[in-house]
Design a protein around this ligand. Structure first.
Ligand SMILES: Cc1cc2nc3c(=O)[nH]c(=O)nc-3n(C[C@H](O)[C@H](O)[C@H](O)COP(=O)(O)O)c2cc1C
Length: 400
């Protein structure tokens, strides 16, 4: 696509972060597939992630990738704590790069929210009674011996040596990710998982150097960031996903996120990915009396977390990624044009339509001649448009 076609459209403008140029601002948000065996990615993961590369998504994140076995959300989540797991990802990385997109990995430890069923099997903590197909529940860990809530297991409170061991697992995982060719690492510090549970006063009740005041609760997150940055190439970006707010007034706040983001920036984190919630379990979808989709935190309307990305961007002076019910190309473009975020991440909309970027380019008038499409498709899609035009059929995708 020539610069003339893109014009002033930000969604399709490249952005350079450190020495890496992202081809556009559209990011596949990490999406657990619950489809691996022994943490090893398989054909499903290739088919899943390669679709977004064919659709010209700029940055393609793996699902939450566990840094150790007990850090998986379910027994079917992928991991990168051994070489076989890393090698299984190599063809995916290669294909994403061949398509001109950027392969990115979200590194995660599920902490006290580990050892659960797949969502479509109920998503509840595994027990000896509810497990199927050889699933076996395992002991979970956290900052303190308090559970997510009723029905959740009580975690083992990590001691200082064990914390250091998990920091080392993040480092080893980052090295493996680097060696198979990933270009961005995102630290998962959101959704109630291990790093978030250290940050939030709702989960962290420690009285040592890792608990108590904000500085102490941030210690584990900052140690992970420091340690990963030390092995992650200087020319490549490091992202961090935060739950920018917990929700309850006595929980983690947006002001805390601004403080943490500033600290992370000084440690070489380049982008804050602003999500929210999850400290007290999965946000249950419900509809308010007025018919609005809600969770326990806030109205979940279009772009509901964008103001969080905007506030962090302005007050912590760091690049941000907005995520959450970003669906419409004009909406996505507006978020970028108004300076609320530097990147837009999308999950469910891209699952619904992996070719969303190509369709969005049509809707925004950025690619009239289908030049963005892969060679293998372009000529035929162009012919399709001519045939549709001849037949008087409206052929444009319904994305606007
Ligand atoms: C099936 C599914 C799996 C998800 N897996 C992850 C994950 O591995 N890591 C993560 O940080 N968020 C995960 N999320 C949250 C998404 O990345 C995203 O933040 C959320 O879906 C909101 O964006 P959306 O409205 O565009 O879907 C998942 C969401 C869905 C629907």
């Amino acid at each position: 696509m020539s610069p003339n076609e893109v014009g002033s459209i930000k969604l399709f403008s490249p952005i350079k972060i450190r020495e890496l140029t992202l081809p556009n601002r559209i990011v596949l948000s990490p999406l657990c597939m619950y489809s691996a065996t022994d943490g090893i990615a398989n054909d499903w993961h290739f088919a899943h992630l390669s679709a977004f590369a064919r659709g010209r998504v700029g940055v393609i994140f793996t699902e939450a990738t566990a840094v150790e076995a007990r850090g998986r959300i379910t027994p079917h989540c992928i991991g990168i704590w051994n070489d076989a797991q890393a090698e299984a990802l190599r063809p995916i990385v290669r294909f994403i790069e061949e398509m001109g997109s950027v392969p990115a990995m979200q590194l995660a430890h599920a902490g006290r929210k580990a050892s659960t069923q797949k969502p479509w099997m109920g998503g509840k903590p595994l027990t000896d009674e509810n497990c199927v197909d050889g699933e076996v529940p395992w002991p979970v860990v956290g900052p303190s011996a308090n559970s997510v809530g009723q029905g959740w297991p009580t975690p083992h409170a990590l001691d200082v040596d064990e914390i250091a061991g998990i920091v080392k697992s993040f480092v080893d995982a980052a090295v493996r990710a680097r060696d198979v060719g990933f270009k961005i690492i995102e630290l998962h510090a959101a959704h109630g998982y291990l790093i978030h549970s250290f940050l939030s006063p709702l989960a962290n009740q420690r009285t040592d150097a890792y608990g108590g005041d904000l500085q102490n609760r941030m210690r584990f997150a900052l140690e992970v960031a420091d340690a990963v940055r030390a092995v992650w190439p200087q020319e490549l970006p490091l992202f961090c996903r935060l739950s920018a707010i917990d929700g309850p007034p006595d929980g983690w706040t947006i002001e805390d996120s601004v403080v943490l983001s500033r600290e992370l920036a000084t440690r070489g984190v380049d982008v804050i990915d602003c999500s929210s919630g999850g400290i007290a379990g999965a946000p249950r979808f419900r509809v308010s009396d007025s018919g609005k989709p809600m969770n326990t935190i806030m109205d979940r309307g279009p772009g509901f977390q964008v103001p969080l990305a905007e506030q962090v961007r302005q007050q912590a002076e760091i690049k941000t990624m907005a995520v959450g019910v970003i669906i419409n190309p004009h909406q996505a473009e507006q978020i970028l044009q108004s300076g609320q975020a530097d990147l837009v991440a999308m999950g469910r909309e891209l699952m619904y339509n992996p070719f969303w970027p190509l369709h969005a380019a049509q809707a925004l008038g950025a690619d009239a001649d289908y030049n963005m499409w892969p060679d293998q498709y372009r000529w035929a899609v162009h012919r399709r448009a001519q045939l549709a035009d001849y037949a008087g059929i409206q052929d444009k995708p319904e994305v606007s």
